[in-house]
Design a protein around this ligand. Structure first.
Ligand code: C5P
Length: 265
């Protein structure tokens, strides 16, 4: 049996550049993985099976199962696999959990079957599974463009402590994108944002934050409370609903919130 880690990510900045003809949005974003991770256990078995620590996710349309079907369509050798997913990353949180699980499945199957596909053959499969899946094929920081699938890997950034806070509700990514008012966004140059981050003095921002706060106004209140507690940065991660906080205070939040101290990986 092999066990793979499927890490969560945050977006240190997320710029939305416009809507594309295919309905997706053109983005430019600095992604960073965290030491908060799901675990994917895989072994060759007589028949396929999929179990999950969150039984509600044990469905045929789980991205992990879609990754299995896609991988299988690309190789000649027949195989079956027993798969167990241990979820630690909260759902609908903007932390990329489902995408990361799918990327771990592609990497895991390739490892288990002695690398029938080259790394660059996994990329188009990942892109087919979702905009963020290519990023998750490797951990660490990366600058992502296109709809997220054009990934430029970067040298490790200075390690920082990050608190992840997620209220009990989640947010739907398509709904947040639909709520976005492109005209209201500050016209920042993401390439400049990247340069500044690489020099250790970058600005943290997320063009989806206003839309997420419009859908769930309590998130804006939570952000204000965390800033009051002394965090230097509090920002929506991805399309939410989690916030990430940089700085050293121990956060005080309502008891039903997910709170986890993490580090960059
Ligand atoms: O690619 P993925 O399936 O993860 O995207 C989920 C949804 O998020 C898309 O259907 C789309 O509504 C929205 N999205 C977008 N622009 C992106 C990424 C996602 O509009 N760059």
């Amino acid at each position: 049996m092999i066990t793979l880690l499927a890490p969560a990510k945050i977006n240190l900045f997320l710029r939305i550049l416009g809507k594309r003809d295919d309905g997706y949005h053109a983005i430019a974003s600095l992604f960073q993985t965290l030491d908060l991770a799901d675990q994917l256990q895989l072994e060759i078995a007589p028949v396929d099976s999929f179990t999950c620590s969150a039984p509600a996710l044990e469905t045929a349309d789980n991205l992990v199962m879609k990754a299995l079907a896609l991988f299988r369509s690309q190789i000649k050798t027949p195989f079956a696999v027993k798969c167990h997913l241990v979820k630690s990353i909260p759902l609908q949180a903007g932390l990329g959990g489902g995408s990361s699980d799918a990327a771990a499945m592609l990497n895991g199957l390739n490892q288990l079957l002695n690398h029938p596909l080259a790394d660059d053959e996994l990329l188009p499969l990942a892109t087919q599974l979702g905009s963020d899946v290519p990023y998750f094929l490797k951990p660490g920081p990366a600058y992502c463009e296109g709809r997220g699938e054009l990934v430029k890997r970067l040298k490790p950034l200075e390690k920082q402590t990050v608190w992840i806070i997620k209220p009990p509700f989640g947010l739907s990514t398509p709904q947040v994108y639909q709520t976005l008012n492109l005209a209201s966004l500050k016209p920042r140059d993401p390439k400049l944002s990247l340069e500044e981050h690489l020099l250790g003095k970058g600005e943290y921002y997320n063009d989806l934050e206003e839309a997420a706060f419009a859908l769930e106004p309590s998130l804006a209140t939570l952000k204000a409370s965390l800033l009051d507690q002394g965090f230097s940065t509090v920002l929506l991660s991805g399309s939410g609903s989690s916030l990430f906080c940089l700085g050293t205070p121990y956060p005080t939040t309502p008891p039903d919130h997910f709170v986890r101290k993490c580090c960059f990986t």
